[in-house]
Design a protein around this ligand. Structure first.
Ligand SMILES: C[S@@+](CC[C@H](N)C(=O)[O-])C[C@H]1O[C@@H](n2cnc3c(N)ncnc32)[C@H](O)[C@@H]1O
Length: 457
């Protein structure tokens, strides 16, 4: 590097400090553990503020997301290496040690560099007094690789050992196993630890997949959804079609369940569609675009005003009317032909997108959500006309939020479960009995669940 370029790096333009990527990652992790921030919101802002771009931004992102995803496992290994309970150490030191241990156990960073940079970070950002302790603990961590550590800490309890190996809380591992079974469980857990590519949806009637793919400079067409394009990299907001609303960011699985509702066979009138839990509007945007091509219109309901505004933005120019209100009290019974109930859920099917989420959630959160899910589905069934079709969707595979909610709704007289033939024909291994269950490790999508229910009377 020339002297001129080196000095430019030390004194960045606009007086913005070019803070090194490890420090940015540490600050982002601190914001998550200390202030309950969301990494995917806080990190991009910190990268912009510190002028980190390109490879530096990539390194900071991998460090932040990887460390947060693996927190439980890193803390267990650090506890063993330090010989004390992790809660006996101050939290900012734990965060720095996790960042260092992640580099040692999950990345190809040479151990001496991972230890030295973390000790410097501890000196500068935590306290020089604990840098000796950090050095000693990290050297112990570096003495074994991840497989050796997980073998050493294994208890013989299969679910506990898998949870440690794949960095999931044990209760989530158990919930996944109840659906996917023991053979596929490791693959299902492992898939949550891989950052997913960004999926785009080319809104039908607005832009073709081919044109969207060209705008993304080579984005591949999605495997399953007729509207999906995989972004090859970069900021989706910079794609013109996304900025102008012709396309939007949407997981391919979310596209599939929305299209499955639109493609379900229906006799009679087919012009009044309802999206009962619409915010922030990804599925409303897609359903609105399909409805536009079929002469139908969509009513979209969202209880949170700021999310209702996002729905209105996502549906701009489409035949969609947005209502801010409670879906349990909305509308006239029997007035809709197709109804989507994309219920608020634990989100355990999208853990790969939210690095810290698995450590924040608790089993009791699900118990709190199930009554609302049942009420919203009951309301969706009330609002569907005889012969109409209701799609119950969650981005969670958990039995209590999926099968059990649907089973309770099917006790209502005049309802029957129908298979999504459209989805079954298109996506292999997507059947879960008569339901649809997508998986990151099988399909590269979020773990979306879909049940189609027809109102027979
Ligand atoms: C899983 S999200 C929906 C995602 C959305 N369909 C999409 O594709 O962008 C569930 C939404 O339901 C909303 N919600 C929660 N309770 C509700 C209620 N009683 N009535 C209407 N919306 C509700 C939440 O605020 C949240 O925006």
């Amino acid at each position: 590097m020339s002297d001129r370029r080196r000095s430019r790096r030390r004194e960045p333009e606009n007086d913005r400090p070019n803070v090194n990527p490890r420090r940015v990652a540490f600050d982002a992790i601190r914001a998550v553990t200390e202030d309950n921030a969301y990494a995917n919101l806080v990190l991009p802002r910190m990268l912009a503020e510190t002028d980190n771009t390109g490879r530096d931004a990539g390194l900071a992102t991998e460090l932040t997301y990887g460390t947060l995803r693996s927190l439980g496992t890193l803390e267990a290994i650090l506890a063993a290496a330090s010989g004390r309970h992790i809660r006996q150490l101050q939290q900012d030191l734990v965060d720095a040690l996790c960042l260092g241990a992640y580099q040692l156990l999950y990345m190809r960073i040479p151990p001496h560099a991972a230890v030295a940079t973390t000790v410097s970070l501890v000196k500068a950002a935590v306290s020089p007094r604990v840098s000796g302790l950090a050095n000693a603990v990290l050297r112990k961590v570096a003495a074994k690789d991840l497989d050796e550590w997980t073998a050493e800490l294994a208890t013989g309890d299969r679910l506990a050992d898998l949870s440690l190996r794949y960095a999931h809380p044990e209760w989530i591992t158990a919930e996944f196993e109840a659906v996917v079974g023991p053979d596929e469980l490791p693959a299902a857990l492992e898939a949550d630890n891989v950052a997913p590519p960004v999926h785009l949806c080319a809104k039908p009637g607005r832009i073709t997949k081919g044109d969207l793919s060209r705008e993304t400079r080579g984005g591949l067409h999605g495997q399953w959804s007729p509207y999906a394009v995989y972004l090859p990299g970069g900021d989706p907001g910079r794609i013109r079609a996304v900025a102008t609303g012709l396309a939007h960011v949407q997981d391919e699985g979310s596209q599939l369940v929305a299209v499955a509702l639109a493609e379900a066979p229906l006799e009679g009138r087919d012009e009044a569609w309802l999206d009962l839990c619409a915010g922030p509007g990804g599925k409303t945007g897609l359903l609105g675009a399909i409805a536009a091509g079929r002469g139908a219109a969509v009513d979209a309901v969202e209880i949170q005003p700021h999310r209702a505004e996002l729905v209105a933005k996502a549906a701009k120019g489409l035949p969609v009317t947005v209502h801010t209100g409670d879906g349990r009290e909305f509308g006239e019974a029997g007035s809709f032909d197709r109804v989507l109930v994309d219920a608020p859920c634990s989100g355990l099917g999208a853990l790969r997108r939210r690095p810290e989420a698995r450590w924040r959630k608790q089993r009791s959160d699900i118990d709190g959500l199930v009554p609302l899910q049942k009420e919203l589905l009951a309301s969706g069934l009330r609002l569907a006309r005889p012969g109409g079709i209701v799609a119950y969707v969650t981005c969670s595979p958990v039995i209590a939020e999926t099968e059990e909610v649907v089973a309770s709704a099917l006790k209502t007289p005049g309802t029957e479960l129908v298979r999504s033939q459209w989805l079954a024909d298109r996506v292999p291994d997507s059947a879960r009995g008569d339901f649809v269950q997508l998986w990151p490790h099988r399909h590269g999508t979020d773990a979306m669940f879909l049940a189609l229910i027809r109102k027979t009377a």
